[in-house]
Write a protein that binds this ligand. Structure first.
Ligand SMILES: C[S@@+](CC[C@H](N)C(=O)[O-])C[C@H]1O[C@@H](n2cnc3c(N)ncnc32)[C@H](O)[C@@H]1O
Length: 185
């Protein structure tokens, strides 16, 4: 999808996209930089858009890895399918249904979760249920990394994971945050 088409998608569905621009290269790298790709096999991505962060994950993931990428927009899911990587499972579904897609690939848990879901724009109950599903289906010791433009919903991750490490990424329009959480072992 072109930058212009992404802008149109944002204009049509701002309540679910939460933005008019996709993540910059610096933000994509920051979203995944605490993942140990030497060991990671199953990565779940929430709010994958047209796959801008997904491509960075696939670049670093081993040949036998899998990425389950959740996205509710059918057009953006088509863009991800066009990536054409057999390690990518496009879940055209809402992110609270993580369990169903882990079962489909025969995985017990996700090793790591990367999310860019705009929780500040979603109903609180839905947002909290997505974060809870992510935590339940995350392997102990695994990361939950959340991309955001504000710290408005930081309490969701504190309630689920305890410690949240907020890192500012200036090289993005607008400047963003990555909130790093870890599931206790
Ligand atoms: C801020 S955009 C991020 C897109 C891309 N990952 C990036 O970093 O540029 C958030 C995406 O989350 C998707 N989204 C919103 N609610 C969702 C939900 N409940 N389940 C899955 N995806 C959702 C939107 O359609 C949108 O594409």
């Amino acid at each position: 999808m072109s930058t212009f088409s992404f802008l149109l998608e944002g204009l049509r569905n701002i309540r679910t996209t939460g933005t008019f621009t996709r993540s910059s290269p610096a933000l994509c790298r920051a979203a995944i930089d605490r993942i140990d790709f030497a060991k990671a096999k199953v990565i779940v991505e929430l709010g994958a858009g047209d796959g801008v962060i997904t491509r960075y994950i696939l670049d670093r993931l081993g040949k036998d890895g899998k990425v389950i990428a959740f996205e509710v927009s059918p057009d953006l899911c088509d863009d991800m399918r066009a990536i054409g990587d057999p390690r990518l499972v496009v879940a055209q579904d809402s992110a609270e249904n993580i369990r169903k897609y882990l079962d489909q690939i025969g995985a017990d848990l996700a090793d790591h979760v990367v999310s860019a879901i705009p929780f500040a724009a979603l109903p609180e109950a839905l947002g909290k249920s997505i974060v809870e599903a992510a935590k339940t289906n995350l392997r102990p010791g695994g990361c939950y990394n959340q991309v955001h433009y504000s710290l408005k919903t930081k309490s969701y991750y504190e309630a689920a994971f305890g410690q949240v490490d907020a890192h500012r990424v200036w090289a993005n329009l607008p400047p963003a945050w990555v909130l790093y959480c870890k599931k206790e072992v």
